[in-house]
Design a protein around this ligand. Sequence first.
Ligand SMILES: [Zn+2]
Length: 137
Amino acid sequence: MHELGLVNYVVKQVGKIAEENQVKRITSVTLEFGEVSGIVTSYLYDYWKWYTKKFPMFDGAELRCETIPAITWCDDCKQTYPTVKYGKTCPHCGSGNTWLQQGNEMNIKQIEVEDLEEGGSDDKSGNADPEGTAGAD
Ligand SMILES: [Zn+2]
């Protein structure tokens, strides 16, 4: 039920932001997850479809997910390495004295909206312009 709670949370957060900005309809929400956050995105998509039906504002809103790579820091040799590949043992020096630096988080990255009410000249949060998400690989 981890994923359901998350969908609930995201809908609440986005709904609040939308209300504050007099947004009538959400067209898409982009989430980003850490690689080791344990989120199963296929469940997430299912819950999203089912749950957002209850809210006209979210009718037809698309859910997108992006991954934040997990990176571990080694306290002994002061280097980082990819967590998923090497786990808790540092590939540089073999130390187990390591800490997850990133990869366990979840953020609402971007919200795209259909229309603002008349009269609001505020910034349109979530313009259709996609952010540069090209990986640094
Ligand atoms: Zn090391």
